[in-house]
Design a protein around this ligand. Structure first.
Ligand SMILES: C[S@@+](CC[C@H](N)C(=O)[O-])C[C@H]1O[C@@H](n2cnc3c(N)ncnc32)[C@H](O)[C@@H]1O
Length: 333
């Protein structure tokens, strides 16, 4: 770790859990909620989202990156030189893209010190050198990036813009640190319509699963403890505070243009795959994880992959707005 790496000072140590008083305060303070919630999640985030750094996630991150690049993919450099990831979490996007050969040098940033620590730990485990030419990390928010003008070839992010209060200001700051002609790319953001059906499916799955697993024939082997369910409910309550936006693809593109970007395009993914993915993820959170083995994981992943292939065909005929995920890319003039 370098001198400016998070985790070296006591106040940056990730918190194992939020107290009820902290959760109460976070209801009225979005910035505090972002840090608290994501620090809290950093230790369990990979399990929650089935994040790994093997072929499965390398392929997933790489396909999502290429889909969002869209027509620009053909002319894109591989690797991009110096890349900055915003809201990197545990490093899912940029570390897997580096493994796929899309990126060379990576700086991972996040408002949560806990997340940056976990991402750097993964980078070390994957054998990436620390610092210049390898992977380094820093605690930073999108609207105040502690980097020089024009110091990156690529600024990227995954599932982060929907947490940012002022998306246009965030994108303007990303353009500032990009060299002229440099590219930004944000993927994995929820669409307005997609978020509606995902939440409805999640709520229905949670209600049915928690009821059924508390019936006598299932209780002992399938139910989660009351404490675990309470913890999930508290997390879900804070989630409602940190999830600030959903996007219409056209509006997201216009926001990027207003921020000063050019050559802006959007791409959307996951319709049928989201219809499977959200109930599956909710079911996994609602039952005793010991009951779900490798067979379940492969069923869920293969099913999701197959439906994703159908979605790619559907994306040629259906409007962008009906899909669950939207990504946006463009360049600095
Ligand atoms: C949903 S997680 C996504 C993490 C990771 N990119 C992934 O796809 O697994 C969103 C991340 O954005 C971070 N975040 C929230 N607000 C932010 C902001 N204003 N600037 C930078 N990061 C932010 C959170 O701390 C969290 O780690």
């Amino acid at each position: 770790m370098g001198d400016d790496t998070p985790g070296d000072t006591p106040e940056e140590t990730p918190r194992p859990a939020a107290t009820e008083a902290e959760v109460e305060a976070a209801w009225h303070d979005t910035d505090l909620a972002q840090v608290l919630y994501h620090d809290w999640e950093s230790g369990t985030y990979d399990d929650k989202w089935s994040i790994s750094f093997d072929e499965r996630c390398i392929d997933f991150a790489s396909a999502r990156f290429a889909t969002t690049l869209g027509p620009a993919a053909a002319a894109a450099p591989k690797p991009f030189g110096r890349a900055l990831e915003i809201g990197a979490g545990t490093g899912f996007f940029s570390l897997n893209l580096r493994q796929a050969g899309w990126l060379e040098e990576v700086v991972v940033t996040d408002v949560s010190a806990g997340m940056v620590d976990v991402a750097l730990e993964h980078a070390r485990r994957l054998g990436f050198p620390d610092g210049e030419g390898g992977v380094s990390g820093q605690v930073a928010g999108i609207t105040e990036l502690p980097f020089d003008d024009a110091s990156f070839d690529l600024v990227l992010g995954h599932a982060v813009l929907h947490h940012v209060p002022d998306v246009e200001a965030g994108l303007r700051e990303c353009l500032r640190v990009l060299r002229p002609g440099g590219r930004f790319l944000f993927a994995g953001e929820p669409t307005v319509v997609g978020d509606r059906y995902a939440r409805a499916l999640g709520r229905a799955t949670w209600a049915v699963t928690t009821r059924v697993t508390h019936l006598p024939p299932f209780r002992e082997r399938w139910a989660r403890s009351k404490e675990e369910l309470d913890e999930s409910s508290r997390a879900a309550a804070l989630e409602a505070v940190v999830d600030l936006h959903t996007f219409h693809p056209g509006d997201l593109a216009r926001t990027a243009l207003r921020a000063g970007a050019v050559d802006v395009t959007t791409a959307t993914e996951e319709l049928l795959a989201a219809f499977l993915g959200w109930p599956v993820r909710t079911f996994e959170a609602a039952v005793n994880p010991e009951r779900l083995g490798w067979g379940w994981a492969m069923f869920a992943y293969r099913g999701w992959q197959r439906l994703g292939r159908v979605d790619r065909v559907l994306s040629k005929v259906l409007p962008q707005g009906v899909f669950y995920d939207v990504g946006v890319t463009g360049t600095r003039p």
